[in-house]
Design a protein around this ligand. Structure first.
Ligand SMILES: [Zn+2]
Ligand SMILES: [Zn+2]
Length: 252
């Protein structure tokens, strides 16, 4: 394999691991419970999630549920309608930090949003060690680069595994700004085909806001929710159980 292809393969593999955690475990599993994580898998995700993705599972779920409740209003933790497209990168980071702090301080609306989650904010964040996952993955990248003698594999790995802020920006900004709608949800959610392809179905924000409890975000025959495919793989591997198998129907 050529050097460039090796870098792309390593980036994609690391990107896939991150997105698997976020879309299958955090989003469809912990946040909406449209897939049920097997008890041992759930424990493993709670234990490893922050290390793998650099994102706290409890804070992610809290912020995401608030986004659903308050989509595109002034109180939405991340809406391009309120902040504009580019500033949203900073807004989503600040909202995440505020969510962590408010959860740790026991602020009522934040705690209430995740009352069903029987685990605390990860100790990395409680101890102010949020940067350790970034460091760990830099070390792993350097080991891969050193062992293979292909140094560019190090940044390829690191950028892939630590890609959540960029994935999130694509979904939160573009998925609430550009695209078509299947449903009138009363918010600015759109179905963005490119984002859906790049972020495993998460770009179908309009479908998802219409029926958040559906494990499948695609509705029309030509819409492709690769995240649902990941769920099917995870179910076949005995990691999760897909609940309901709801099929969305379009209006009209
Ligand atoms: Zn949304
Ligand atoms: Zn959601």
């Amino acid at each position: 394999m050529s050097y460039a292809l090796e870098c792309i393969a390593v980036f994609l593999a690391a990107y896939l691991v991150n997105i698997f955690y976020i879309t299958v475990f955090y989003h469809r599993g912990l946040a909406h419970r449209s897939v049920r994580l097997k008890p041992r898998v759930r424990k493993f995700v709670i234990w490893t999630g922050n290390w793998v993705t650099a994102i706290d599972p409890k804070a992610w779920v809290c912020m995401h549920r608030m986004h659903h409740q308050l989509a595109d209003t002034l109180l939405d933790p991340h809406s391009p309608v309120q902040s504009g497209l580019w500033k949203l990168m900073l807004v989503q980071l600040r909202s995440y930090e505020r969510t962590l702090v408010c959860l740790m301080k026991g602020r009522a609306p934040y705690v209430a949003a995740v009352r069903d989650l029987d685990f605390p904010v990860n100790w990395l964040n409680r101890k102010g060690l949020w940067f350790l996952p970034y460091t760990l993955h830099a070390v792993i990248g350097l080991v891969i680069g050193t062992a293979s003698g292909a140094w560019l594999l190090a940044p390829a790995y690191w950028l892939g595994i630590m890609s959540h802020p960029v994935q999130a920006w694509m979904v939160n900004a573009l998925g609430h700004r550009f695209g078509y709608v299947n449903f009138e949800n009363g918010d600015n959610s759109k179905n963005n085909t490119w984002v859906a392809l790049l972020v495993m179905g998460e770009g179908y924000q309009n479908n998802h806001h219409h029926q958040p409890q559906s494990p499948k975000f695609s509705v029309k025959w030509w819409e492709l929710d690769l995240g649902y495919f990941l769920c099917l793989v995870a179910e076949a591997a005995g990691l999760i159980e897909i609940k309901g198998r709801l099929r969305l129907t379009t209006q009209g």
